[in-house]
Design a protein around this ligand. Structure first.
Ligand code: APR
Length: 172
């Protein structure tokens, strides 16, 4: 039973959680998709903060304040671009979830919201990404009781069904 993990259709920039995760690129200087939405909602101070970080390798994560967002923190993680699945994409996307959770917990976040990392511009197949996300988060939560809730925030029916199916397969 994965009682501290839920799937929810929403705009992640509106959620009053402690930390939201951004699906960024290695420059951390913004982009489209959820990256663009988060920067728009957080305001220009987010880009200023990201500039001081100096980028982020794929599979890793960096943390900044949320500025004008309802969320206190933004955790920027860089998912893999999908190249067919033979360049370590599965391990890299799993690392994004683990690294983001570790950073959030270190910052004292108790509620964390993720978008479906890499499933947009980076082309990661939704069903596969959803299974990895649910498995990684569920496994991580087992060893980290300090985190109260993780929300997988999805947009659209395909993402909703893929993540709900993945959660159901885990007994969630
Ligand atoms: N709230 C929640 N989820 C969202 C939102 C939002 N406001 N906007 C988009 N999404 C969803 C998309 O539907 C998709 O399922 O986020 C998921 C990730 O899609 P992208 O934002 O395209 O991210 P990704 O596939 O990881 O590509 C990252 O795109 O925006 C650029 O700078 C970014 O270069 C990086 C690349």
């Amino acid at each position: 039973m994965v009682d501290r993990l839920e799937v929810r259709q929403a705009d992640i920039t509106t959620l009053p959680v402690d930390a939201i995760v951004n699906a960024a690129n290695t420059s951390l200087l913004g982009g489209g998709g959820v990256d663009g939405a988060i920067h728009r909602a957080a305001g220009p101070r987010l880009l200023e903060a990201c500039r001081t970080i100096g980028g982020c390798p794929t599979g890793e994560a960096r943390i900044t304040p949320g500025f004008d967002l309802p969320a206190r923190w933004v955790i920027h993680t860089v998912g893999p671009v999908w190249h067919g699945g033979h360049r370590g994409e599965d391990e890299l996307i799993a690392s994004c979830y683990r690294e983001s959770l570790a950073l959030a917990e270190r910052a004292g976040a108790r509620t964390i919201a993720f978008p479906a990392i890499s499933t947009g511009a980076y082309g990661f197949p939704m069903a596969c990404a959803a299974r990895i996300a649910v498995a990684e988060i569920a496994a991580w939560l087992q060893g980290h009781p300090a985190v109260d809730r993780v929300i997988l925030v999805v947009r659209g029916e395909e993402a909703l069904h893929a993540h709900r199916d993945a959660l159901a397969e885990m007994g969630g």
